[in-house]
Design a protein around this ligand. Structure first.
Ligand code: SF4
Length: 278
C-alpha cells in the first residue's frame, strides 16, 4: 500500500476481510451494480461540468458519456454481473434520460467549476503514508456578505443512493472533511470551505437531492482520528471479517466466493475446537 484513502478506510471499518483482500492482498474486486451506476452518473456529471468549463468547445452530451461508460464497463466485466443486473443498469440509465435528470442537474448549478476530480494529497503528522482522494469537483461561488473568507470555495461530490437519505452519513462527512483539509492547505484557507453533495436517488422515478454539508473542526478532527486508528489496525494486521455488514451479500461484496471459501469449515474441525465447560 502506497497511500491511505477514505474509501479504503471506510471499507476496512465496514469489513476488515474485504479491505484485506482488496488493499493488502491486491485481489481483483468483482464489480457491482452499484459501482457501475455510481460510475456512470459520475462520468455524466463530469461531462456537464466540463461543458461549463469549456464553453468554446463542442458540447459533450452527458447521456452519451453515460452510455459509453456502461458499454466500456460491460466489455470488461460482463461476466461479473448477472444479465438482469446489466438490464437493471440499462433501465436506470433510460429513466435518467427520460426524466431529464441531467437537465435538472444543470439548473442546480450556482457555482463556477474550477477543477474536475483534482488530486487531494495530505499528510497527517505521525502517519507513515499520505492520504489521497479525488473529489468530483472543486468550484467557487461569489462570497455573500454573511460568509467567511474561504467559504467561497466549494467541494462538490455526486453520489447515488437507493433511498432518500435524511442527512449526510458519517462516511460522507469523513470523506468531505478529508478533502477540506487538503483544499485548506493547498489554498491557504483559514476557514473550512463549503461542501455539498448531489445525490441521485435511484427510485422508480429517480430524482436529485442537493445536500449541503456544514463541516466543522470536529469533523476534521474525527477524520484525523479515524486515519490514525486506520494505521494502527493495518500495523496490527487486524482485519476482522464482518458477516453482519449491510454489504455482506453475493450482490454487494466483490469477494463473496473467496471469503466463503476461506472461512468455510466442516463439523469435525469445528467441534475439535470446543469442549463442554461443566
Ligand atoms: S463476504 Fe462478507 S465478511 Fe466476507 S469479505 Fe465480503 S463483506 Fe466481508
Amino acid at each position: 500500500m502506497k497511500h491511505y484513502s477514505n474509501s479504503a478506510l471506510s471499507k476496512r471499518v465496514d469489513c476488515g476481510q474485504q479491505f484485506k483482500y482488496k488493499y493488502i492482498d491486491q485481489m481483483h474486486e468483482k464489480t457491482k451494480e452499484s459501482f457501475i451506476a455510481g460510475g456512470m452518473v459520475d462520468a455524466a456529471v463530469n461531462a456537464i461540468h466540463s461543458n461549463y468549463m469549456n464553453v468554446n468547445m463542442p458540447r459533450v452530451a452527458p447521456e452519451n458519456v453515460m452510455s459509453k461508460y456502461v458499454a466500456d464497463e460491460k466489455s470488461l466485466f460482463e461476466q461479473e454481473l448477472k444479465p438482469e443486473e446489466w438490464d437493471s443498469i440499462k433501465d436506470l440509465s433510460f429513466r435518467i434520460i427520460d426524466q431529464d435528470l441531467f437537465g435538472q442537474f444543470e439548473e442546480f448549478i450556482n457555482y463556477e467549476p474550477v477543477t474536475i476530480q483534482p488530486k487531494i494529497n495530505i499528510k497527517i503528522h505521525g502517519l507513515s503514508l499520505p492520504i489521497i482522494g479525488y473529489p468530483d469537483l472543486i468550484a467557487k461561488r461569489e462570497l455573500p456578505a454573511f460568509q467567511k473568507e474561504g467559504e467561497e470555495w466549494l467541494i462538490f461530490d455526486a453520489k447515488t443512493a437507493g433511498q432518500k437519505p435524511s442527512k449526510p452519513s458519517h462516511g460522507y462527512r469523513q470523506q468531505l472533511a478529508t478533502y477540506a483539509m487538503g483544499l485548506m492547505w493547498q489554498k491557504g484557507l483559514k476557514n473550512i470551505p463549503q461542501a455539498e453533495l448531489m445525490i441521485l436517488v435511484k427510485t422508480k422515478k429517480p430524482y436529485w437531492i442537493r445536500m449541503p454539508v456544514n463541516l466543522t473542526a470536529d469533523d476534521l478532527h474525527l477524520a484525523i482520528e479515524a486515519y490514525r486508528e486506520h494505521e494502527h489496525a493495518i500495523q496490527a494486521r487486524w482485519y476482522p471479517l464482518n458477516r453482519g455488514s449491510r454489504y455482506c451479500s453475493e450482490k454487494n461484496c466483490g469477494f463473496w466466493e473467496q471469503c466463503h471459501a476461506d472461512h468455510g469449515s466442516n463439523l469435525e474441525s469445528v467441534m475439535s475446537q470446543v469442549s463442554y465447560a461443566s
